[in-house]
Design a protein around this ligand. Sequence first.
Ligand code: ADP
Length: 881
Amino acid sequence: MKNSINDVNLPKKKSAEEISRAKSIVNILKEPVVVVDEDGSIIQANSEFYSTFQLQRKEGFEVGLRDIPFFQELNEVLENKQLRKQGIIDLKISLELPNEVKKNFLVNAGLLDPQGNSSDSILISFNEVNVKPIGKRNEKNDLQEIYEIFSQAPAIISVLRGPNHVFELANENYLQLIGNRSIIGKPVREALPEVENQGFFEILDNVYNSGETYTGSEVAIKLYVGKQELKNSFVDFVYQPILNDLNEVSGIFVHAVDVTEKVTARKKLEDSENELRKLIDTVPAIIWITRPDGQNHYLNKNWFEYSGQTESESADFGWLKAVHPDDEKRVRETFMKANINKEDFTISFRLRNWEGTYRWVLDSGSPNYSADGEYEGMVGTVVDVHEEKVKEQLIKEKEHRIRSVIEEADVATALYTGREMKIEIANDAMIELWGKDHSVVGKTLREALPELEGQPFHGLLQGVYETGETYWGKEDPADLLIDNKLQTGFFNFTYKALRDERGEIYGILNMAMDVTETVKSRELLKESESRFKQLADLMPEKVANTDAHGNFIYFNQGWLDYTGFTGEELIGKGWTNFIHPNEKEEYLKSWRNSLDSGKDFEMEFRYLNKKNRYKWHLSRAEAIKDESGNIQMWICTATEIQKIKLEEKRKEDFLKMVSHELKTPITSIKGYVQLLLSLLKKEKEEEISGKPYEMYLERVDHQINRLTRLISEMLDLSRIEKNKLDLQKETFNLNNLIIETVQDINYTNTGHNIHITEDYNCNVYGDKDRIGQVLINLVTNAVKYSPFNPEIEVKINKVRDNKVSVSVTDFGIGIRKENQKKIFKRFYRVDGNNEETYSGFGIGLYLANEIIQRHSGSLKVKSEMDEGSVFTFTLYEALEV
Ligand code: ADP
């Protein structure tokens, strides 16, 4: 049955223009298209419209859509003014056509004149679709239809038929994938033999047999694209079974998408990430990445291996806990500052390793920006620099030590580095020695001291630098420009090579001492020495010269003449070997004493002459000292006193003889005088009264006493010389002895007042007569040498260490300092004293001293010229009273 279009409504009058526009649009479109006015009347429709909907075209007037029953649904939509205005897009409608054919259409409609000025005519197009819902496909559906739908799709599509999967269909993309081979009608195994063993055929078999859809994702497949060229591709694919009417699988719909690019891109990314990570982990450094707020984002494997921290321990700022507490603040601040300012930083600090040991590390970081320039935080490395740091510290310390040693050294010291001898350090003493200022430091020696050019020093330095052998300069002359004047100085100095830890020479240490003064004064000394020698040779005396230690270095002509040897021979043979053995020991002792004390030496001894005879000499030596009192040398003189000695001997022998000869008669005279005196005292007769017998006799007695004393002194003298002075020791009261002796003297010396002060009373153990003799000597001397002052004091005092002292004080003529030692020598008498007034032999004090010394005591004098003298002897107290 055909729908007839009745003239129910007359068409509204349309403009001819509108109709012709509708007509031309409608006629160029291939799908069924109709233009209807606002009432639904058909203005124009193309032939496809009429044929599809099996309508008959009626010329002259148009029917409305509402008149056609199967457009009912569409009409209702179009009556909605709003929808009509908006237009209809892809409205899906099913139409039951007159021959009971049900067709599905996608309807699109839009106003012919969207502005709607002239009309509300609408253009409606119908697209027939026939899509089954996704799921198992029914063979009933036209494959051609499916193919058409998908042919232009970006997907890869094919249809396989039967259990052998014979290609029935394959779209452009599919053909491209397999290199445009002709496959239609071929089973897959034949069409794509290279796919065998890649698993696909098995899956196809499985889908075919089970009817289950198979979905694969990013599956690799190798296919020939050229003749021999196998290409790797990745595909996402669906194998969907196609069912026939009996619901049996008759084929497989293959739908795939080539994802090779995506997969390879991702794989590449993954690979490169893996590579990077591997790289980062194998770099022998700790690598870290932080977030913009400074928090830890990433630490490589090395960090965890080094620090022993866990991921959670080092999270945020946990890594700071491994930093040495003393460095932590500095590290945190440096890092945060760099992070805030987005700038590079480098810092070294101590970092605790997993063992708990702190090691020096160097941490450097840089800001990290994303591709679009956004700050992402810092990235950096931490490298173990412990050895270097420790070495560096050691070197620093060593350098510091060297520097401070050099700078504080009294000795002029400088350090030169490199072959060019750059002055690295020069202390004040060295700069002063050079006559320069501190600006020389940092220059080379050539620049700093150009005046050294042509002098041996540069060559010496280079030599030391090359060989490493120290050079010792001894009084080497150097010309230095000081105060704009080239001055020659003499220097003791060393050039010592300095080596680094590898043992390589890197510099030279120069220490120098200005010995110009010494050299010059020695030259002067040499000059004066030679003058002295000339002079000494002219002297008839024997003159010799030793160094400060007493080694003879010179003998004058007098010595050479006397001994018959040359100076060298005398030095070689040992000068002392010519001294008489009797005096040699004492000589050595006394000479050593002088050498040690610097005191003058004086001694009499015999010396062997060239005729092998010993001759007496008075030998003197005097030290020559420098300004600061150091002994420079000794000048020794020897005067032959052989004749004097002989005379002395004769005098001695004579005295010995005289005293012996005199003593006996005097003793007997004294006896008789005393006898006579006592007779006289008993018988006081008139006949002798008025005659001065007694007085004369007393004077005789007095003179005899003097003579007796003199004689016994002389005897004592020779006894002492023969070492035969015997002492008769006993314990006696010293006070009593003094009182008695003074009384005796008072007896005969009425002109003086001898006053005794006894501050102490004691006994001594000794020869009473000899001690008395000493006392007599001192008191009679006091009387004798104080003719104008009659006061004499004798004092007994306690001295420490169980000693007692007896002093005799007079207020007489006194003794000059230089004579105070000499008066204790035998026969010494102070010259100039009136020989008449002060008669004597000069042996009294000698004896007194000998006697006191033999009692382990001492005799001393204190005296001032014209004021008087005090002679004091000290003795040990007797232990038992
Ligand atoms: P002498 O017999 O000449 O007195 P001494 O040995 O007793 O001999 O004395 C030596 C010298 O010491 C004397 O010649 C004298 O010059 C000096 N002398 C001794 N005692 C005194 C004194 N108390 N005052 C001054 N000079 C003295």
